[in-house]
Design a protein around this ligand. Sequence first.
Ligand SMILES: Cc1cc2nc3c(=O)[nH]c(=O)nc-3n(C[C@H](O)[C@H](O)[C@H](O)COP(=O)(O)OP(=O)(O)OC[C@H]3O[C@@H](n4cnc5c(N)ncnc54)[C@H](O)[C@@H]3O)c2cc1C
Length: 263
Amino acid sequence: MVDLSDVIVPTSAADAAAAFGDGAGTTVLAGGTIVMPELKLGRLRPQRTLYLGRAGLDRIERDGAKYRIGAMTPVSKLVNGAPPPLSTFAAHVADYEIRRQATIGGNLCAPPGTSAPRGDLQAPLLALGARVRSTGAGGERTESVDDFLASGGNGRLVLDLEVDEPKRAATAGVRRPHAHAYSILAVAAAETADGVRVAILGAGPRAVRAASVERALAGGASNDEAASKVLDDVEPVDDALASAWYRREVLPGLVARALEDLR
Ligand SMILES: Cc1cc2nc3c(=O)[nH]c(=O)nc-3n(C[C@H](O)[C@H](O)[C@H](O)COP(=O)(O)OP(=O)(O)OC[C@H]3O[C@@H](n4cnc5c(N)ncnc54)[C@H](O)[C@@H]3O)c2cc1C
């Protein structure tokens, strides 16, 4: 283990977990595309930084239909290495340079953006029913991504994620035409062993499941009928990219399109 005063650089997952401990006072540094600007602007002043770049957490292992994806896997590697709709969402994150640097763990744990949604990969991970393996106070645990996001991921070090290839998948989204095109709104849908799961990005601080849409589909509703329920699940907000009104108007149509495109 390399120890540069208050920057700790573990060289294995076990070292990373030991150095993280209960996480108190520790800032995790992955690709740094969020952390580094915050440091530079003086908005983040870590007491102790855990840099994961050498911890060997950057692999995708596939066993049949099951994928285990290390937290440090770059977003660019997911484009051809992960199942849809995760691969499709990964292809739309920022630009090539950012995708090479940014990691899936950093995206999952991205603090909500103040001027635009971020953490795009949370939506396909919810749609796929991903399991998150993390460590922190109380030791290692594996939980659903739904539970992980509901708790804000507070105080956990993400080690890896597991997803299964879905039977069918689809995405739909609206983006600003710009090199760093943040998503205004995006929908991820996947048919898993539990039925069709739908998740929305851009209608709240983090991605959320559209449980009312899923229930309607399971009850035999048409795609359009089910999609019209989405506003029961989310409360869109204004930000620098779009108004809450715009999002409310567009979202049911996007969900219907994703359901129609499931294949
Ligand atoms: C120009 C630009 C464009 C961008 N466009 C997009 C976009 O289109 N979509 C999008 O989603 N994001 C976008 N982002 C934001 C960011 O690049 C991504 O969210 C990225 O995936 C974050 O990953 P990272 O590895 O760089 O995270 P870092 O900056 O290293 O960390 C982000 C946060 O996650 C925590 N963290 C990191 N890894 C772990 C872990 N393993 N366990 C626990 N906590 C962890 C860190 O402590 C920090 O709070 C953009 C950023 C820039 C600068």
